[in-house]
Design a binder for this molecule. Structure first.
Ligand code: ZN
Length: 374
């Protein structure tokens, strides 16, 4: 059984609009880096078209989906519709592909589950997925749909009995938790920055039978994430014995991301994913947040090597073509006022930074162990 990258051609040229944190290219550059390096072959890449409204009703309300499609067609909604569905308001703007783009990400995630269910693949990577805030009938936190929930529901539909969802994005997976709480055949683990939007994901929720929340303080470091994974995530998951694992691998937990104060290197990020990818034979790795295009594209491209147990290749320097590609990406941020810093263009791997595991993290582990009888 092979591993695959699932994506969609819609991502090239699609932007959320000036001033939005997602007005950057992330998905296609991640794949392009892999192609430049000859790390992926054409028969390992599958491009998907957007999911239909019917397919998306597996989770979302029909009225909401029709309105989202209408917003794309007319690039306009009446105020009443905007307010009802939170489309075209604040961080959820109406942009050219406002339906088709999230529908393509969702199709990749759902089709990936089909491939895994039919033994056509063991591990699949979908950089475009990971939209963990989208609600049944309203947009939230840049997410118009929720491919995480759709892929869990699809896994259930196709006969997976024990589904493990692990989320390492800097933000809590509020919509996923709300939709599946108390469903014990679906276990949900999230590591996220404490007191950050959407301000859910408290430690107390660990008292819910299928929820493990690990809210961490600012400046969460490499040694700390490995400590949490080794002491909570892995023993808890092994006890559950999942037959499929879905990992939301947002990169806003990395040091140079503007949306969090976490300070992980891509080395600890990849090491985390390599420890999580074999908790079950079948694994789907999604994208998620990630608002520094250079750091995100490298990290997501690297996930393909991690997934294929070929991470040693990431010790190399970037070649000229990769540097050119990354340098050409636009980012309206003061960090690149004087050009793209060398630290993002020279090497693939940041190098693991061994640091102190703070008392707060040790106490968090002890508390969760107590609640969950680990
Ligand atoms: Zn995030």
């Amino acid at each position: 059984m092979k591993n695959f990258v699932f994506s969609s051609k819609i991502f090239k040229g699609s932007k959320y609009g000036e001033g939005h944190p997602l007005n950057i290219d992330r998905v296609w550059p991640s794949l392009e880096l892999l192609k430049i390096m000859n790390w992926v072959s054409d028969d390992e890449i599958i491009f998907n078209e957007p999911a239909s409204i019917k397919e998306l009703t597996l989770f979302h309300d029909l009225d909401y989906l029709k309105t989202l499609k209408k917003a794309e067609r007319f690039q306009f909604l009446e105020t009443e519709e905007k307010n009802k569905f939170n489309i075209g308001i604040g961080v959820n703007p109406i942009f050219t592909e406002v339906f088709s783009r999230p529908a393509a990400a969702a199709k990749s995630s759902m089709r990936a589950i089909e491939y895994l269910a039919k033994n056509k693949a063991k591990k699949i990577l979908n950089f475009s997925g990971g939209t963990h805030h989208g609600r049944k009938s309203y947009a939230s936190g840049f997410c118009f749909l929720n491919d995480c929930i759709l892929s869990i529901l699809k896994a259930k539909e196709l006969g997976f009995k024990k589904i493990l969802y692990i989320d390492i994005d800097a933000h809590h997976c509020d919509a996923v938790q709300d939709n599946f709480k108390n469903e014990n055949d679906i276990q949900i683990i999230s590591i996220h920055e404490k007191n950050k939007w959407p301000r859910t994901g408290n430690l107390e929720d660990c008292k819910i039978s299928n929820i493990v929340n690990l809210p961490v303080p600012e400046y969460f470091n490499d040694s700390e994430i490995i400590f949490l994974i080794d002491n909570i995530v892995i023993p808890y998951s092994i006890k559950f014995k999942p037959d499929i694992t879905i990992i939301q691998a947002g990169t806003d937990c990395l040091k140079d991301d503007p949306q969090s104060k976490m300070i992980l290197t891509n080395s600890s990020y990849w090491l985390s994913i390599s420890k999580l990818k074999n908790l079950s034979i079948k694994t789907l790795i999604l994208g998620g947040g990630g608002y520094n295009p250079y750091v995100t594209a490298k990290a997501w491209a690297g996930n393909w090597l991690v997934l294929n147990s070929n991470e040693d290749a990431l010790q190399k320097n970037l070649n000229y073509e990769c540097r050119e590609l990354l340098s050409s990406l636009k980012w309206n941020n003061s960090r690149v006022r004087n050009g793209v810093p060398h630290k993002w263009l020279d090497k693939w791997s940041d190098g693991f930074k061994k640091q102190h595991v703070r008392t707060e993290i040790i106490e968090l582990v002890n508390e969760v162990k107590k609640i969950k009888n680990l």
